[in-house]
Write a protein that binds this ligand. Structure first.
Ligand SMILES: C[S@@+](CC[C@H](N)C(=O)[O-])C[C@H]1O[C@@H](n2cnc3c(N)ncnc32)[C@H](O)[C@@H]1O
Length: 341
C-alpha cells in the first residue's frame, strides 16, 4: 500500500461563489434572528478559528463529560460497530470538528477494506486539524493505513450530497453525527434534518448518531457554565466573529455568558446577557438591547433512548444497536436506512 501522505490530496480550494452564497444565507439568518423579540444568532457563528480552538478546550473540562463519554463509547465499541456494517463503506461525518473521536472507528472499518473518509464542517480550521491529526500521530498513522481523507468545507446537507455522490460501486455510506450536535436543532427541526439525511441515502446505508441523554439540571448547568470560563469565552467569541465578518460593533465587555436549563423543553440554552442598555449594529441592522436582555446563541437538547428510537422510525431509519456510557449518560445509536414513507 502507498504511504498515506502520498495518497491524500490537499483539501479542495473552497469555491468562491459557493462561499459567497453561503455567506449571504448566513447574513439573512443573522438579520432574521436579531429581528425576533427574543434575539437569536445562529450557533454556526461560534465556530471560527478561535471558536474551534475554544470548543476543543472545553471538551477537556472536568465538568463537560459529554465528549469523553462519546469517545469512550467509540473506543470501546469500534469493533462491534464495524462488524454491523457492510465490508465496504464510505464514511462521512457531519460537523466533524477535529475528528479525534472518529479515529478508532475509522481504524476498525479500514482493517477490512480501504475507506474513504469525508469530514464535513463549516470551519476550515476544524477540517485542517482533522486532516493533520489523522495523518500526523504516529500510532494513528499506522492505524489509519487505508484511510483516504478529503475534507468538505461547507454546511451539512450541501456537503453530504457531495460526499454520497462519491460513493463507489458496491459501497454503502455510513454517516456519523457525533457529539450530540443533533441537540443543537429544535426537536421539530431535528426530525426534519434526519429525514433529509435519509433522503440523501439509499436503503442499507447507516447513520451513527451520538446523543446526550437527560441528566440532572445541576450537572448540565455546571457543564455549560464551567468555573474556568472557557464556555463563556466560546460564547462571547461569537460576537467577535460577528463584528469581524458581518459588520458588527458589539462591545464584548458589555455582555455576560449565561447557561439556562429549560426544563419543559429539556434543553440547555446559552445566552449572552447585555449588562447595560446598548445600541449595536450588525449585518446592516441597528439593534437596541435593554439591560438584562439576552441574545440566544445555542441550544443543546437532551434525549431519552426511547425518544431517539422514535426519531429513527419517524425519519426512515431502523435502530440496529445502541450503546450507553455508564459514567455520563450518553447514547451511541446505529441506525439503518429503510424505506421512507
Ligand atoms: C458541537 S461541535 C461537534 C464537533 C465534533 N463532531 C465533536 O463531536 O466533538 C459542532 C461542529 O459542527 C460544525 N458546524 C456547525 N454548524 C455547521 C453547519 N451548519 N454545517 C457544517 N458544520 C457545522 C462546527 O464547526 C463544529 O465543528
Amino acid at each position: 500500500m502507498m504511504p498515506l501522505a502520498a495518497k491524500t490530496p490537499p483539501l479542495p480550494r473552497p469555491d468562491r461563489l459557493a462561499r459567497a452564497a453561503a455567506d449571504t444565507a448566513l447574513m439573512a439568518e443573522i438579520r432574521a434572528g436579531l429581528a425576533k423579540p427574543q434575539k437569536e444568532l445562529p450557533s454556526r457563528l461560534l465556530y471560527d478559528e478561535l471558536g474551534t480552538a475554544l470548543f476543543e478546550a472545553l471538551t477537556l473540562l472536568p465538568e463537560y463529560g459529554l465528549t469523553r463519554a462519546d469517545q469512550r463509547l467509540l473506543e470501546q465499541q469500534a469493533g462491534a460497530i464495524a462488524r454491523l456494517l457492510p465490508e465496504r463503506v464510505l464514511v462521512t461525518e457531519l460537523g466533524s470538528g477535529s475528528g479525534r473521536k472518529t479515529r478508532p472507528l475509522l481504524a476498525a472499518v479500514s482493517r477490512r477494506a480501504p475507506v474513504n473518509y469525508f469530514p464535513i464542517d463549516v470551519s476550515a480550521a476544524a477540517l485542517d486539524r482533522c486532516r493533520r491529526e489523522l495523518l500526523a500521530e504516529p500510532e494513528q498513522a499506522a492505524d489509519s493505513r487505508g484511510i483516504h481523507i478529503v475534507g468538505l468545507e461547507g454546511t451539512y446537507l450541501e456537503k453530504l450530497r457531495e460526499a454520497v455522490r462519491r460513493r463507489q460501486p458496491g459501497e454503502a455510506v455510513l454517516v456519523l453525527f457525533l457529539g450530540s450536535t443533533i441537540g443543537n436543532f429544535d426537536r421539530g427541526a431535528a426530525k426534519i434534518f434526519l429525514w433529509r439525511i435519509r433522503s440523501l441515502l439509499r436503503r442499507g446505508d447507516f447513520l451513527l448518531l451520538g446523543a446526550d441523554l437527560e441528566k440532572p439540571a445541576a450537572q448540565l448547568l455546571a457543564a455549560y457554565a464551567d468555573a474556568l470560563g472557557i464556555t463563556a469565552a466560546f460564547n462571547l467569541n461569537l460576537l467577535r466573529h460577528l463584528n469581524r465578518d458581518f459588520g458588527g460593533n458589539f462591545a464584548l465587555e458589555s455582555f455576560r455568558h449565561q447557561a439556562r436549563y429549560n426544563a419543559p423543553a429539556r434543553r440547555i440554552e446559552m445566552h449572552l446577557v447585555a449588562q447595560i442598555p446598548l445600541h449595536c449594529r450588525a449585518a446592516g441592522l441597528e439593534i437596541e438591547l435593554a439591560a438584562g436582555e439576552t441574545i440566544w446563541t445555542e441550544s443543546s437538547h437532551k434525549f431519552t433512548p426511547a425518544g431517539l428510537r422514535r426519531m429513527a422510525a419517524a425519519s426512515g431509519f431502523r435502530p440496529v444497536a445502541e450503546w450507553r456510557d455508564a459514567e455520563w449518560p450518553f447514547c451511541e445509536a446505529l441506525w439503518r436506512a429503510e424505506a421512507q414513507s
